[in-house]
Ligand binder design. Sequence first.
Ligand SMILES: Nc1ncnc2c1ncn2[C@@H]1O[C@H](COP(=O)(O)OP(=O)(O)OP(=O)(O)O)[C@@H](O)[C@H]1O
Ligand SMILES: [Mg+2]
Length: 258
Amino acid sequence: MSAPLIEALGVGRRYGDYVALKGVNLRVEPGETVAIVGPNGAGKTTLVNVLTGLLTPSEGSVRFRGADIAGVGPVRLARLGMARAFQLVQVFPELTVAETIAVGALSKLGRGRRMLASLGADREVRAKVEEVAAIFGLGPALRRPARELPQGQKKLLDVASAFALSPTVILLDEPTSGVATADKHGIMTTLMEAARRAGVEALLLVEHDIDLVETYASRVVGLRGGEVLADLPVRDFFADEGVTSALVGRRTAKAAPH
Ligand SMILES: Nc1ncnc2c1ncn2[C@@H]1O[C@H](COP(=O)(O)OP(=O)(O)OP(=O)(O)O)[C@@H](O)[C@H]1O
Ligand SMILES: [Mg+2]
């Protein structure tokens, strides 16, 4: 059997004396969409940061496709196929949509940011930008400054620039936060379809919206106080009242009678 895509082994993380993660074990296998849930401050973002090499664990280790990521760093990890999008989207205000996507493509293709100046002249980059923009429905907005996009499209743009890296696995920290409820399913279906078309092998997402978790995740990992309280297939997670009330404040599965 091949190694899992991502494996966390006994991961702990402290901020000074404060314990943000404790004894976290986690595996992400090809084909999975893993949702990380839990209350504010549970350690979800910290976990994503540790898994993507942005933070080093205080204890334990993280492996990506069987190799320890210690010392690899987020930039090289991204080139190796682990891409991520952030909870708080910070688009570069001066860049257009096309340039923002190109930042991802350039770093994958080993070009420097300097190449942005001659973006239009680089056919390989331009083709990648157009391909990714089309997947995310951003084609018509390519020449617009990124800062002018509505919030939902800004989130998609952030995800799109991660997709420009042609990732094997993608980690998304609240891809629908700050977006109107009516738009959340649209973003998630775009994202899931993009992942399928781009050949992404697994997704890990932090998500507060429980309907989205139930609809799109195959497995749910519940964090609370920095510890994993549940790690279950999505149906088992929502069938367990004790688990859902402790982690997501809802007692029954959507389809269950009240
Ligand atoms: N850089 C930091 N320095 C000190 N404490 C931090 C730091 N980052 C996070 N924390 C604390 O660690 C805990 C976990 O934070 P984290 O951001 O991982 O939670 P979260 O589950 O993502 O929460 P949210 O749902 O609000 O996004 C929180 O109590 C937070 O205040
Ligand atoms: Mg967070």
